[in-house]
Design a binder for this molecule. Structure first.
Ligand SMILES: Cc1cc2nc3c(=O)[nH]c(=O)nc-3n(C[C@H](O)[C@H](O)[C@H](O)COP(=O)(O)O)c2cc1C
Ligand code: SF4
Ligand code: FES
Length: 625
């Protein structure tokens, strides 16, 4: 895109979108009457610019969803209103996959061609759309729509998946899963005619949580049994008992229960939750603001459990955050939600509103002097923003680039204040722990992996969905729970933990799904993905898709990752195309060396794990000889 900061002015729609988030311009200067955004003399981001910068991402969202893309004029006007240099606004807008800086039709179908959808016909769908509508990214239907290949949309249990968005004064988003070429085209036509249907029943518990209603589940017990829009239903099924007990226990008592529970974070790094809470609590000093963040970015291919929780039991997330806030002394919380989750956004926004209306958020919660409120922030299509420090940068209005640690988030996190970040699944364990007691919770599971665990079972399996088991169940046991191997019934491989995880072979199905059990076979539970592949799948294609994912998602900030993910993708393509540089062995050796360099020298977990799946496959199969 050629950006001409000196000439471009916003359209009335773009101005309206920006003003809808920032209010009407207070001064003629901001209104652009004395000077358009545009005479080249740009601010360098003065006091006001820094103070208001955190509003940048919501503003960019507003423009994208109103107009369908973000023009140079819109960037200029945003820069003017936020008192930031246009280059800074451009830098942020260009970071996110859901924002377009080139003109686009208002209707876009995002069609997932990622690994779970590949097992369920995604490539055939994309080929069909190519033949009928033209290439991915090219305008079609008289320039009123386009379709785009997309990374995992977090709907893998209902693969193949698509998401249709329609920009305008009343923007709409509609999920389609399972999708087929006809249903996608028909929805796109509806969207063009302004008739994109309202969402159907958001979550079908029978489809997404096959254990729904069964007595053996705890964390997921309300899904399908309680109306997720009803606070009364939530209370009828134990809701807010835990917060009352937490208020009686006080901050120190709550942290003690969390430590006793031996809960490890479910976001991938498996850090002890109680210890993390204790560290944030210990930072309490006058003038220090603390924050609680629910990490709901869930963009790891194959992962969808957090979405199902947020759509099916949103009050549990809010209660978990409120107890966390009490423990660490935070008055403000954020839920950082993946941009591609429109229904979860609606459910959470409704639940926050309802909790506020009933004195369960806001000032003096339950009349007990606790002050805490939650703001919902939507990401915009960047996997790296799930990394906790990148998430801070994103909320603060910067590019979602990770920061060096230390300092750790518990000391200097969001806005450089002590911050507690927990995953959605981690947080819904909290009410369960406080209600039943930390010691009782610790007795569930195994010695080193306490409690319940949610798994995202997908790919070639009979009944895909989110499954809950106490730690200790074997991989075989969970696959059986999900009805056994699907596809042609001949299991070739299982991907554990997502794109950043590891492949295991059918010989390893007796592995206990615990942190220690998976570590023993060189794998990881990661974000809880269990993705099955039958023997019709060419694993090389799956590896190529994973490599392309990391190449696309690196933030590019540090050299080993920025260069490594590109070289990895190139080498893999050469091997798959039987055109290695030198011999196959040499090329494979180079791939392994690159993996080692990324593991050793990358700043964050993305680079450190970008070669894990590939190397696990190389360790188990001779894919290229
Ligand atoms: C590239 C990358 C992406 C991540 N994405 C997520 C995510 O979507 N959700 C999440 O909870 N944690 C994610 N994490 C882990 C977070 O950095 C952090 O460890 C986690 O949110 C802490 O919560 P927990 O202690 O409850 O697990 C990601 C980490 C990396 C390196
Ligand atoms: S490892 Fe990759 S994603 Fe992480 S900071 Fe470095 S370049 Fe960015
Ligand atoms: S929705 Fe397609 S891979 Fe997850």
């Amino acid at each position: 895109m050629d950006i001409h900061f000196t000439a471009d002015k916003p359209s009335p729609e773009e101005k309206a979108a920006v003003d809808s988030k920032l209010g009407p311009p207070a001064t003629a200067w901001e209104g652009g009457e004395r000077r358009a955004a545009s005479d080249g003399r740009t601010s360098s981001g003065g006091h006001r610019g820094q103070a208001e910068r955190h509003r940048l991402l919501p503003v960019l969202h507003a423009i994208q969803s109103r107009v369908g893309w973000i023009s140079a004029g819109a960037i200029n006007y945003t820069a003017l209103r936020l008192d930031l240099p246009p280059a800074e606004v451009y830098g942020v807008a260009s970071f996110y996959g859901l924002f377009s800086l080139s003109q686009r039709p208002p209707v876009v179908a995002h069609v997932c061609d990622d690994i779970a959808c590949l097992t369920r016909g995604a490539e055939e769908i994309c080929k069909d759309l190519e033949s009928k509508l033209g290439a991915s990214g090219a305008p079609c239907m008289s320039n009123r729509a386009m379709w785009l290949r997309s990374p995992c949309l977090g709907l893998c249990e209902r693969a193949p998946a698509a998401l249709v968005t329609s920009a305008g004064e009343e923007p709409r988003e509609r999920v389609l899963a399972p999708a087929n070429p006809n249903s996608i085209q028909s929805l796109v036509r509806d969207a063009i005619e302004g008739k994109l249907p309202e969402e159907p029943d958001v979550l079908n518990p029978n489809l997404s949580v096959p254990q729904a209603g069964r007595p053996e589940i705890h964390l997921l017990r309300r899904i399908g049994q309680a109306d997720p829009t009803s606070l009364d239903d939530y209370r009828r099924m134990d809701g807010y008992q835990a917060l009352r007990r937490a208020l009686d226990l006080g901050p120190e008592g709550v942290v003690r229960e969390m430590i006793d529970s031996r809960l490890l974070g479910r976001g991938g790094a498996a850090f002890p939750t109680g210890k993390k809470w204790e560290s944030v609590q210990a930072q309490r000093k006058p003038g220090c603001k603390h924050f609680v963040i629910c990490n709901a970015d869930e963009s790891e291919p194959g992962t969808f459990k957090d979405r199902v929780i947020m759509e099916g039991d949103p009050f549990a997330v809010i209660e978990g955050m409120t107890i966390a806030a009490l423990a660490v002394g935070a008055q403000k919380g954020y839920i950082y939600l993946r941009g591609e989750y429109p229904y979860a956004a609606k459910r959470l926004a409704h639940a926050i509103q309802a909790a506020r209306a009933h004195g369960l958020l806001g000032g003096n919660i339950l009349g007990r002097g606790l002050h805490f409120d939650i703001e919902l922030r939507r990401g915009a299509g960047a996997y790296i923003c799930g990394e906790e420090t990148a998430l801070f940068s994103s909320i603060e209005g910067y590019r979602g680039e990770p920061r060096n640690k230390p300092p750790f988030p518990t000391q200097a996190g969001l806005f450089h204040q002590p911050t507690l970040v927990n995953n959605v699944e981690t947080l819904i364990n909290v009410p369960e722990i406080i209600r039943t007691g930390g010691a009782a919770y610790a007795r569930i599971g195994t010695e080193n992996s306490a409690g319940y665990r949610l798994f995202c079972v997908c790919g070639h399996v009979a009944r895909p969905g989110v499954y809950e088991v106490p730690f200790g169940a074997t991989l075989h046991g969970v696959i059986d729970l999900a009805g056994g191997v699907g596809g042609n019934g001949q299991l070739q491989a299982v991907l554990l933990g997502g794109a950043a995880g590891a492949f295991v072979s059918p010989k390893e199905l007796d592995t206990p799904l615990t942190f220690e059990g998976t570590r023993a076979i060189g794998a990881t539970l990661g974000s809880g993905v269990i993705m099955l592949f039958d023997n019709t799948i060419d694993l090389k294609k799956i590896l190529l898709r994973i490599a392309a994912f990391f190449r696309h998602e690196t933030c590019g900030q540090c050299v080993p990752c920025r260069v490594g993910v590109v070289r990895q993708d190139e080498a893999l393509r050469r091997l798959a195309g039987r055109q290695p540089l030198g011999s196959v062995d040499q090329e494979v050796r180079t791939l392994r060396e690159m993996g080692q360099a990324m593991r050793d020298a990358s700043i964050c977990g993305l680079g450190q794990t970008a070669s894990s799946a590939l190397e696990s496959a190389l360790n188990r199969w001779s894919l290229f000889s």
